[in-house]
Design a protein around this ligand. Sequence first.
Ligand code: HEC
Ligand code: HEC
Ligand code: HEC
Length: 135
Amino acid sequence: MNMGRAVSVLAASVVFLAGSVQLCRGEEVFHHGLSVNPRGDFEDCVACHDGLIAKDVPYCTQNCSFKTAHSLQRPYPPPGQESSYQPPAVLRAEGVELVRGTVVCISCHNLRNPAPHHLVVDIDGSRLCYVCHIK
Ligand code: HEC
Ligand code: HEC
Ligand code: HEC
C-alpha cells in the first residue's frame, strides 16, 4: 500500500469511528436536565415517573375502561376487537411504536420531540388517539 492510500484509509477509519461514537451518544437524550434513553421501556420511564423524581403517571394494565387511565402493556390490537383498531402497519407509518406487540410509554411519547408532553403525534383533534383507534 502506498503512503497516500494508507493515509486515506486511516482517515476513513477515523471518520467511521467518530460516526460510531456519535451513534452511541445518540442513544441518550437530554430530558429535563437528565440523560435518558429515549427508547426506554415502560419500567425505565416509571422508575423516574414515580411522584418523587418526576411526575407520577396514571396508567392501567387490567380491567381498563373509559374511566381509568390509559391501558398499557396490553396486546395490540386487543383480541376480538381488531375492527376497532388500525393495523400495526398504519401505526409504524405514523411513527407510533409497539414494544413486544403492546402499547407502552414510547408508543405515545417521543423524548426527542421538545414540544410540551413530548408526543409522537400531535394531540390536536385527538390525532394521536386516532392513529390506533378507529372512530
Ligand atoms: C432519569 C429520570 C427520568 C426518566 C428515566 C424519564 N423521565 Fe420523563 N421527566 C423527568 C423529569 C425530571 C421531568 C420534568 C419534571 C416532572 O415531570 O416532574 C420529566 C418530564 C416528562 C414529560 C413532560 C411532562 C410535561 O409536563 O410536559 C414527559 C411526557 C415524560 N417525562 C415522559 C417520559 C417517558 C415516556 C419516559 C420513558 C421513555 C421518561 N419520561 C423517562 C425524568 C425522567
Ligand atoms: C395512549 C397514549 C399515551 C401513553 C401510552 C402514555 N401517555 Fe403520557 N401522555 C399522553 C398524553 C396525550 C399526554 C398529554 C396530557 C393529556 O392530555 O393527558 C400525556 C402526558 C404525560 C405526562 C405529563 C403529565 C402532566 O401531569 O403534565 C407525563 C409525565 C407522561 N405522560 C408520561 C408517561 C409515561 C411515563 C408513560 C408510560 C408509563 C405514558 N406517559 C404513557 C399520552 C400517553
Ligand atoms: C398506540 C396505540 C394507541 C393510542 C395512540 C391510543 N390508544 Fe387508546 N387504547 C389502545 C388499546 C390497544 C386499547 C385497549 C387495550 C386493552 O385494554 O386491551 C385502548 C383503550 C382505550 C380506552 C379504553 C376503552 C376502550 O375502548 O377499550 C380508552 C378510553 C382509550 N383507549 C382512549 C384513548 C385516547 C383518548 C387516546 C389519545 C390520547 C388513545 N386512546 C390513544 C391503543 C391506543
